[in-house]
Design a protein. Structure first.
Length: 760
């Protein structure tokens, strides 16, 4: 029996980046606990962290490539066989339909590892397709659009300084279940309790009394999709009562302030109260208390994004942060200064190019691109609508769009009709069952880790690198090699391109960009010399070392010998704390004006739609609507095959308020039929007053009992659940961001009576 020293690893499953302490004996994981010495999480973890063991050992987790055989079955194959098929069939599709005939979809876990962010870009570039989709347009794209327009970069999103604030207003987020989003902060429960213990106030706005709401000083139910009305009314109060007090440093770099008051004019609390379901007096008090708190932050997340006015609501969150003097000051909403990967960490007087949206449009519906991708709500129609530019092949990477995107029924049919599909994934699930080739990715314990994306949104500046805990399974390729080999096919280099040579190109390109970047510590240096200095590293570690060394804390390849390198992170298994957030305006800004754009034109224009929406509410804002919810032991669509997480009472239930249950003759523990414009499902009913009247809630990510999946646990009748995105209407997107509207879907309910005995 050999038990090595414990291994330390950052959990890659959500945005909280908890440190794990993993004991391994004889090559097997013995136990996973929170790492008490982790500089950021201090031992905190949730039940999903230890489930990495079950994930690693899951017999259904893929360990070899699969190729669809003549009989139509996916069967094990060698990598060479798999790539030979990919090279030939992708080549055929592109020869017949051009580059745009191949679409790509990147799912959520690709933001949680090193490989996809660093090498996915190389693959997309090689594919040269405009049909790039991701989970971002069923998630945070509205915030990225509002932040991009206001501050100039897509990840320049202010995060609430939770540890120092006196007043936190949360809308549409439930960090006690989700562990935070666009807010990297392990142990949010502890942090929120500390906020209250020091005399601070926590206010939650949510159509459900969420776990976070039960911990708050104050919770207000809000009618789904009406956050922009509420927030505008608060802006109105601040302006009308002379409570706006912009911070002096921010005021010196601010444009558009004078446009805010007139824009808010129509949204007085009395005008929006009924639509929101929050009395006008309460709205006034919320605004006054926010303005009166010494340090306060407004934070909105997915409930404020996946809705009709997502970009407006996301923008108004930061308008309130500006007007109350809380943007960019300790205890307010601040910008992280990440150690690696952020485009805006060096001072350039704040000037930049800003963001350009809508550089191209989707073929069928003409929806605009944002940050190089099209709304995933268009994916099905791009596949099933004939004509030039029709998508005939799809590559999915770490994504399950068949469950996570709107109108799953139509998308499933579309996926089934493709000429060719490749998936890089760890399971055969609702999406990858349609693939002709499935390429496995290693388990998280078999790969190195650094949260390039999430550390850009952390409430402290931190850096933590984890080496692999276990050696790879025999013959499995690291994901970055798979992505580069796919790129090789797309580049016409055949099925076994020289991956190391491609990797050298990627590293060379990154070094070239750094050397050409004004203000970089390596500005003007020879890129080849920089890459040579990273020897013998390659792959993601080489790129990470390069980014760290050129980053704001880096050694600059000799400029600051005490600066950060990957080697220093390797010597610090519990991570390195780089300190609390500090004010960063103007240096963080990358708008063309070099200012915070408080009233960006596309957003101002959209206010007219909001006014119309308010008028329309009066007439028809009273029907039943559907929202989602997240659960601590679940992670989107893909961790339901792990027995330790799904055991216990069924989680995929519809929450219905007792009044609505009575009206629709639904009973707790019974079943209901739920119908919308897009489809209809049957779901288990849970009657609870934790959801407001007029609203029902079904968690997304379920509905695993479909043909062809290989999910022994998840697909079983007791765990399969219901796919709520059958109900989401893919034709409804938020116009500025193209984000799908998943919250506030009009539905109708009816009881499902116990099955009548079927006649023999
Ligand atoms: N109605 C409704 N729909 C929603 C949401 C909602 O709130 N309501 N939320 C939306 C949000 S926020 C998101 S982010 C999306 C998520 O949408 P997706 O990203 O499409 O779905 P996930 O469930 O995260 O699926 C992740 C996939 O990656 C695979 N996987 C896991 N680890 C790895 C790995 O290391 N490498 C590779 N290659 N594959 C891996 C899993 O097997 C799974 O197939 O869903 C969205 N859909
Ligand atoms: N355990 C667990 N953790 C996760 C995930 C998971 O699936 N499970 N997914 C991860 C991902 S991909 C993401 S993006 C994050 C998301 O993290 P969060 O944004 O915290 O997501 P939720 O927990 O779904 O909380 C959203 C809340 O918005 C409310 N809501 C719905 N509609 C509206 C509305 O119109 N207005 C307002 N004010 N509220 C509304 C819902 O009732 C819900 O309580 O979580 C991440 N963490
Ligand atoms: S909260 Fe849970 S899932 Fe998220 S990083 Fe921590 S242990 Fe992992
Ligand atoms: Mo997400």
């Amino acid at each position: 029996m050999t038990a090595g020293a414990p291994a330390y690893r950052t959990c890659p499953l959500c945005e909280a980046t908890c440190g794990l302490k993993i004991t391994v004996r004889d090559g097997k994981v013995e136990g996973i606990r929170g790492d008490a010495e982790d500089v950021f999480s201090h031992g905190f973890l949730c039940p999903k962290g230890p489930a990495l063991k079950a994930l690693h050992e899951d017999p259904d987790r893929l360990r070899t490539p699969l190729v669809r055989g003549a009989s139509g079955e996916l069967r094990p194959a060698t990598w060479d066989e798999a790539f030979a098929v990919i090279d030939r069939r992708l080549g055929e599709v592109r020869a017949a339909g051009g580059n745009d005939a191949v679409a790509a979809y990147l799912g959520n876990p690709s933001a949680h590892n090193l490989d996809a962010p660093l090498y996915g870009r190389a693959l997309l570039k090689a594919l040269g397709t405009r049909n790039v989709f991701s989970a971002s347009t069923v998630d945070q794209m509205p915030k990225q659009v509002s932040a991009g327009l206001m501050f100039g970069t897509m990840l320049g999103v202010p995060v609430p300084d939770v540890d120092r604030t006196d007043h936190l207003l949360i809308l549409g987020a439930n960090p006690l279940a989700s562990n935070g989003s666009l807010l990297t902060a392990p142990n949010m429960r502890g942090r929120l309790r500390a906020l209250r213990a020091r005399g601070g106030k926590l206010v939650v706005i949510d159509p459900r009394r969420s776990r976070t709401a039960t911990e708050a000083d104050e919770h207000h139910f809000i009618r789904p999709g009406t956050d922009a009305f509420l927030l505008f009314a608060m802006v109105h109060v601040l302006c009308a009562e002379g409570l706006a007090a912009v911070d002096a440093q921010v005021a010196a770099h601010l444009a558009g302030l004078e446009r805010i008051e007139p824009l808010a004019a129509d949204f007085e609390p009395e005008a929006v109260a009924e639509a929101c379901g929050i009395p006008a007096g309460e709205i006034r008090r919320l605004a006054r208390e926010l303005a009166g708190a010494p340090r306060a932050a407004v934070y909105g997340r997915i409930g404020t994004c996946t809705q009709e006015f997502g970009t407006l609501a996301s923008w108004l969150v930061d308008v309130l942060n500006v007007l109350t003097g809380n943007l960019d000051r300790p205890g307010g909403a601040m910008f992280t200064r990440a150690a690696a990967g952020a485009a805006n960490t060096r001072g350039q007087g704040g000037q930049g190019r800003g963001v350009r949206l809508g550089r191209w449009h989707s073929r069928v519906r003409g929806l605009p691109e944002a940050y190089g991708e099209l709304p995933v709500a268009c994916l099905a129609e791009e596949i099933d609508t004939p004509g030039e530019g029709q998508v005939r092949a799809l590559i999915t990477i770490a994504g399950n769009p068949a469950i996570s995107t709107p109108n799953s029924g139509r998308l499933a049919r579309a996926l089934g009709s493709l000429d060719f599909m490749v998936s890089v994934d760890v399971y055969v699930n609702e999406t990858t069952r349609h693939a002709d080739v499935v390429l496995p990715a290693p388990s998280p314990l078999q790969r190195p880790h650094y949260d390039v994306a999430l550390y850009q949104l952390a409430i402290r500046n931190v850096a933590n690198y984890s080496p692999p805990v276990l050696p790879p399974d025999d013959g499995i390729l690291p994901e970055w090699r798979t992505l580069l080999r796919l790129a090789g096919c797309a580049l016409g280099q055949g099925p076994d391109a020289d991956v190391d040579a491609l990797d050298d190109l990627v590293a060379g390109e990154l070094a070239r960009r750094e050397a050409a970047s004004p203000g970089s510590p390596v500005e003007g240096r020879d890129p080849a010399e920089l890459v040579a200095a990273l020897t013998p590293r390659r792959g993601p570690e080489r790129l990470l070392d390069l980014m760290l060394r050129c980053g704001p804390y880096g050694d600059g390849f000799g400029v600051d010998p005490d600066g950060l390198t990957l080697a220093r992170l390797e010597a610090a298994p519990h991570g390195i704390d780089l300190g609390p957030l500090e004010p960063r305006i103007p240096d963080v800004l990358r708008t063309a004006s070099g200012r915070v754009e408080l009233a960006p034109e596309p957003i101002v224009t959209d206010v007219e739609r909001l006014r119309a929406g308010l008028e329309a509410r009066g007439a028809n804002g009273t029907g039943l609507v559907l929202v989602g919810r997240r659960q601590l032991r679940s992670n989107n669509s893909w961790m339901h095959n792990l027995e330790p997480l799904v055991r216990g009472k069924p989680r995929c239930t519809m929450h219905v308020h007792p009044d609505d249950a009575a009206r629709h003759e639904l009973s707790d523990g019974g079943r209901a039929r739920v119908s919308s414009a897009a489809g209809s499902v049957e779901v288990a009913v849970e009657v609870t007053d934790a959801v407001m009247p007029g609203v029902v809630s079904i968690p997304h990510g379920w509905g695993h009992d479909v043909d062809g999946v290989r999910l022994g646990v998840a697909a079983s009748p007791e765990h399969a659940g219901t796919n709520s995105n059958v109900l989401a209407d893919e034709t409804r997107v938020e116009p500025l961001s193209g984000n799908a509207i998943l919250s506030g879907i009009p539905v109708e309910l009816s009881p499902v009576r116990a099955a009548e005995p079927t006649p023999a």
